[in-house]
Write a protein that binds this ligand. Structure first.
Ligand code: SF4
Length: 388
């Protein structure tokens, strides 16, 4: 449907824009970053909401701004604390980039989060979508924002019949988005589209009968709503098996820090390794020896926890182990750093989802194991130094 077709149906682009914006004013969710449109708040919300559900994002956002009320506080914090506040949101490169970007903003932009596209796009972790979202929502700049919600709404509104991940359909959507953006009203219009996609034009069971755009919607008119947007088949889920040891020694247990360049870089985990084809969980002691050089005795299995990330299902088989001998210094084959951690220090370390689930399991079902982790006598340089 082109502009002239819209007009023929006496449904002008202006009336579509007006309907959408009025609907948004009446129906928008009261989200904390919408109260002032402060660029710092909008930036944090945009980064947090990538791959995160709204309710969860709001919880994390509220907690974040209490601890980090402005960009200078983020820039001066240690990476471990940033990762700790991000723990559970996943995709930790977002947190590391946000930390780097805060330092750039303090050093190069006088501590003011920019709200123009050209400066935003220079910052670590900010790509074209995020720069457009911050520039239009915080700065009200005339830039169309195209996220998954917007793609779905436009694909249905204009009944786009090609796969939306492919260039042809994507270009059609970008063109429509640019044409329909009302000048000077980008903040409201972009949010209205995204909100309609989140509340009404949902992936499953869209509420077409109560949708203010149904009079414009080609997919609704043609009965193709269920087929739009056209997607390609999801990739198959791959299962990865890993083993890990809770190695207790003199009242502490060993954590290894993942390398910056790894998935979940900077976070901490229990020593172990990936199981290759044909290997079983009895190889845990060997895996620990490979990655730390330390010899352990396996006391008993604790549990198996599973979590999902992107297209992987990770199954972590966990064992209670004790150290053989008194050598407590690992060789760090593949890890960035290590700590022997007491129970009281535990909460200060950011852990990926698998190890975090394991700790929750132990707290609930094996509390005696944690009771064994007490303040003990491993020297500080091998144990409690957290000045990272
Ligand atoms: Fe989406 Fe239905 Fe509204 Fe069309 S009519 S925009 S498919 S909710």
């Amino acid at each position: 449907m082109t502009f002239s077709e819209l007009k023929k149906r006496e449904l002008s682009p202006e009336s579509l824009q007006g309907l959408l914006i009025n609907w948004f004013k009446k129906n928008r969710r009261d989200l904390p970053w919408r109260r002032t449109y402060d660029p710092y708040h909008v930036w944090i919300s945009e980064i947090m909401l990538q791959q995160t559900q709204m309710a969860r994002g709001v919880c994390y956002f509220n907690r974040w701004v209490v601890r980090f009320p402005d960009v200078a506080v983020v820039a001066s914090a240690g990476q471990q604390e940033i990762l700790k506040y991000w723990e559970g949101l996943g995709y930790y490169s977002r947190a590391r980039n946000l930390h780097r970007a805060a330092k750039v903003i303090v050093a190069d932009f006088d501590g003011e989060v920019p709200s123009d596209y050209d400066r935003l796009i220079q910052l670590p972790g900010i790509g074209p979508y995020t720069a457009a979202a911050i520039a239009s929502v915080a700065g009200n700049h005339d830039i169309a924002v195209i996220d998954a919600n917007v793609i779905r709404v436009y694909a249905r509104l204009f009944d786009i019949d090609g796969p939306v991940k492919e260039k042809k359909a994507r270009d059609q959507i970008i063109k429509k988005a640019d044409e329909l953006l009302p000048k000077g009203r980008a903040r409201l219009y972009n949010q209205a589209l995204m909100e309609l996609g989140g509340l009404v034009c949902t992936p499953r069971l869209p509420k077409c009968n109560s949708c203010i755009l149904s009079g414009f919607c080609l997919a609704f008119k043609r009965g193709t709503v269920g087929e739009r947007p056209v997607t390609v088949k999801a990739k198959r889920i791959t299962t990865v098996h890993r083993v890990a040891g809770i190695i207790l020694h003199r009242g502490r247990f060993l954590l290894l820090q993942r390398r910056e360049s790894d998935l979940w870089g900077g976070l901490w985990e229990f020593p172990g390794g990936k199981l290759d084809e044909g290997e079983g969980s009895e190889t845990v002691a060997k895996k620990i020896l490979n990655c730390t050089g330390l010899k352990v005795d396996v006391v008993d299995p604790i549990t198996t926890v599973t979590h999902h990330y992107t297209r992987y299902r990770s199954t972590l088989h966990c064992f209670h182990c004790t150290l053989k001998g008194d050598d407590v210094e690992p060789t760090l084959n593949g890890a960035e750093d290590y700590r022997w951690v007491s129970r009281d220090e535990l909460e200060r370390f950011g852990l990926p989802a698998g190890p975090r689930k394991l700790l929750e399991y132990i707290q609930k079902h094996r509390p005696a194991l944690l009771e064994a982790i007490i303040e003990a006598d491993i020297p500080a340089e091998q144990g409690s130094d957290l000045s990272l």
